[in-house]
Design a binder for this molecule. Structure first.
Ligand SMILES: [Ca+2]
Length: 344
């Protein structure tokens, strides 16, 4: 008897995980009611769609371990700023120069930053995610309580996006968190910031590099990118007053002058004015802490991913690609030394 009951339970568990039907859950039905009422979706279509959504245990495992919180700066840096990603960035730049130049003219965002974002996000379109976005967002919306509100909203955005763009939502692939295409836009970002940059009538961030480039540049522009502005400045700190301010916030809660009065000095060649809004960052490296002063454009990069490590990696990757492209060799304002030995 015992053996039979164990087998029965195993069968039930397998059945339950493989065939879990979201459309039969009361919370999902309430969500469907809401969508029908608020956005005029056809109920039958929504039910059929949600019936096709599959719960993915792997997505729940992945969402629970964000890398940014566990890596030190030099470990994080070494993932993003390495030979392949720099060289592939040069190639991507060469292949897409016209679109990158057009995006620079229209949005004021230099090519190296657009290239670096796409390189950091997906290795220039090589790794854009293999999950069905419908599965990812449904799984997280209904089986990941800490962020269910956010992911329900993104699932709604996905359905609206699919209707507006005349795309079958079952066909879209992306990351475990529902980020899509070259620049990894979540559905709400797609709806708000994606552009049809090659004007062929479709906003295609999955296959069309011109649209992907224009969309990233537009995202930066709409978040306040300052054309010609600095991103982040290497700083030296004397005394003990400034350090407690470091890494407190991504927001620019100080001014360059205020930081200077606390012992923070940026490079002598910098012409940044004392009233420029700024934030102080401390980055842990193999050789101890580095201090950096982030400016408005640094903050804008953190609107893409709310992490100082991410923004610094994008900045330094952009400078490494730019330097390689210009053939400058080993001079290096960003503190990145392409010839440095990798971290142990
Ligand atoms: Ca297009």
């Amino acid at each position: 008897m015992r053996k039979v009951s164990v087998l029965g339970m195993t069968t039930l568990l397998l059945f339950g995980s493989a065939c879990a039907d979201y459309s039969e859950r009361a919370d999902v039905q309430a969500y469907i009611d809401e969508l029908v009422e608020q956005h005029d979706f056809e109920r039958e279509e929504l039910v059929a769609l949600i019936e096709d959504a599959e719960r993915q245990q792997r997505i729940l495992e992945l969402i629970a371990r964000p890398a940014e919180r566990t890596l030190k700066w030099h470990e994080y840096r070494d993932i993003f700023i390495e030979e392949d990603r720099i060289n592939q960035g040069l190639t991507f730049w060469g292949e897409n120069q016209a679109a990158l130049d057009a995006a620079h003219r229209q949005y004021g965002v230099p090519p190296e930053y657009v290239v670096a974002i796409i390189g950091a996000e997906t290795r220039y379109g090589r790794i854009t995610g293999r999950f069905r976005v419908l599965d990812a967002l449904t799984t997280l919306a209904f089986d990941y309580p800490p962020r269910s509100k956010f992911f329900r909203s993104e699932l709604t955005e996905l359905l609206l996006l699919a209707r507006e763009e005349n795309i079958n939502p079952r066909s879209l692939k992306g990351s475990y968190a529902g980020a899509m295409g070259y620049g990894q836009f979540i559905p709400s970002s797609f709806r708000a910031y994606a552009v049809d940059f090659d004007t062929d009538g479709q906003r295609d961030i999955w296959e069309n590099t011109a649209d992907a480039i224009g969309s990233v540049a537009n995202y930066f522009s709409r978040h306040g990118w300052q054309s010609g502005g600095d991103v982040v400045l290497r700083a030296s700190v004397t005394g003990e007053d400034a350090d407690p301010l470091a890494n407190k916030s991504l927001s620019l809660n100080h001014s360059v002058g205020e930081l200077a009065s606390l012992g923070v000095r940026v490079g002598e060649n910098e012409t940044v004015s004392a009233d420029t809004k700024a934030a102080l960052f401390r980055m842990e490296t193999e050789d101890g802490a580095e201090y950096w002063v982030g400016l408005k454009n640094f903050y804008v990069i953190t609107r893409y991913n709310h992490s100082r490590l991410y923004a610094m990696a994008v900045h330094q990757l952009s400078q490494a690609i730019l330097e390689r492209r210009e053939g400058v060799g080993d001079s290096n304002d960003a503190g990145f030394d392409p010839n440095a030995a990798p971290a142990a």
